[in-house]
Design a protein around this ligand. Structure first.
Ligand code: NIG
Ligand code: FE
Length: 417
């Protein structure tokens, strides 16, 4: 059995002897940090860790192990990215220019761009090509330290094409060391042909798409883009209700463009997470406080679309377990770089480095229900971690924005970069 010992770890971050609870309140502001440490992994799992003053004994316990000297570098758990749309057929940099010239995300959508543009391209692209391009994105994300990815459908927008997308995600699940969760997002945008008959599309989702997806076991979650100009609260309600009956759990795109009621309807259906939340007021904070739903913030989307940032400080003060994700997609966040997400969270949302590190790892693992296997350095969890460059402190990871301080990445005990 291959055992590897890592010694002279300058700081072992999020070193928890047992799997930590979701981080909120005082806990969100504290990073468990073991200085001058060693770590043992066996195959794909974390076995144990402690301080270097017990190293001699450790070496005797594992006489045949491979030893790696980290020479003072930091070791931290790999990221969980609980919100992405990385199965897509083409980039949308033309819209990037429209936005520079002053058009809004909603105006571009109303002219047939945006999600509908991506749907048209995806419908014309084969499953094989979609797998290939998404795989390139996964490879890039792994190298940037991400070990778990949630991927949504939502660029199909017909029964055939939504199922095609979910089958692509299923293949990606089978072919990757990264753990993948799949989410059905048929209610991402109203296809043009249903513009004057919205109910017919809702019926297609609840009567055809959802039952077929449940039958084939293609989705872990069901998501709806519940926002101004996209799907209404009653439409979201019936879709989530149907999905729950079929055994899927809810996730939701909410309050990105307005106070949409999305947070409330998500919480009503016990959503695992509600995501975006740029428009969150007192009422929404109250609803979230009385729930187990994780508020997931996507600051690179707010950055790219020049939206107001979600009120992260208010959420933290309200005791909420804030989580962070990339929203990697071609329209509003063409990047899966969690280091940049963490820097933005500090710079633009005034989250403290400790809060950001917990939000992108432990809390994000809860936002995709992988908290037993991911999100912290804990015996029995997967050996998926980042070895940083030699840095003065963990705060440097966020401070040094735009330049991920990575030396090596391990996923399930194997070095991937
Ligand atoms: O999360 N908000 C809705 N959906 C995506 C954007 C998708 C797109 O523009 O292609 C998002 O930002
Ligand atoms: Fe999204």
């Amino acid at each position: 059995m291959p055992v590897t010992l890592f010694k002279n770890i300058g700081a072992l971050l999020l070193a928890h002897a047992t799997a930590p609870a979701v981080r909120k309140g005082k806990d969100l502001g504290e990073v468990a940090e073991l200085k001058d440490a060693w770590l043992v992994i066996e195959n794909d799992l974390i076995i144990e860790f402690n301080r270097m003053d017990t190293w001699d004994q450790t070496l005797k316990t594992y006489p045949n192990a491979e030893v790696k000297d980290l020479e003072g570098k930091c070791l931290m758990p790999a990221f969980c990215d609980s919100h992405t749309h990385i199965v897509f057929a083409g980039s949308r940099e033309n819209e990037f220019v429209f936005k520079i010239k002053g058009m809004t995300y909603e105006e571009i959508f109303e002219q047939g761009g945006g999600i509908l543009n991506s749907a048209k391209k995806l419908q014309e692209t084969s499953e094989e090509l979609l797998v290939e391009s998404a795989q390139r994105r996964i490879n890039e994300m792994m190298k940037l330290g991400t070990a778990a990815i949630e991927i949504k459908s939502g660029y199909g927008l017909t029964t055939t094409d939504e199922i095609k997308m979910l089958r692509v995600i299923k293949k990606l699940k089978q072919n990757n060391p990264v753990t993948i969760k799949s989410t059905f997002l048929g209610a991402h945008a109203m296809p043009a042909k249903f513009k004057n008959n919205r109910q017919a599309y809702i019926d297609e989702i609840i009567q055809q798409m959802l039952p077929q997806i449940a039958e084939e076991g293609l989705a872990d979650y069901c998501d709806v883009f519940c926002d101004k100009g996209f799907f209404t609260v009653p439409e979201t309600d019936i879709i989530l209700e149907t999905a729950l009956k079929l055994g899927m759990k809810a996730k939701i795109h909410a309050n990105e463009l307005d106070y949409s009621g999305g947070i409330q309807v998500g919480v009503k259906h016990g959503a695992v997470s509600v995501d975006h939340l740029e428009f969150t007021g007192e009422e929404e904070l109250e609803v979230l406080s009385n729930s187990h739903t994780i508020p997931t913030l996507l600051p690179s989307t707010a950055f790219f679309l020049r939206l107001p940032y979600p009120p992260a400080r208010k959420m933290i003060e309200a005791g909420l377990p804030v989580s962070l994700a990339s929203d990697y997609n071609p329209g509003s966040s063409p990047s899966g770089n969690m280091f940049f997400v963490m820097s933005l969270a500090c710079i633009q949302m005034k989250m403290l480095p400790e809060e950001v590190i917990n939000a992108a790892t432990i809390n994000a693992s809860y936002a995709m229900e992988l908290n037993d296997s991911h999100g912290s350095i804990t015996p029995g969890k997967e050996a998926s971690f980042i070895i940083t460059e030699k840095i003065p402190s963990y705060t440097y990871l966020m401070y040094s924005f735009g330049r991920p301080c990575i030396s090596e990445v391990y996923i399930k005990g194997k070095k991937v970069s």
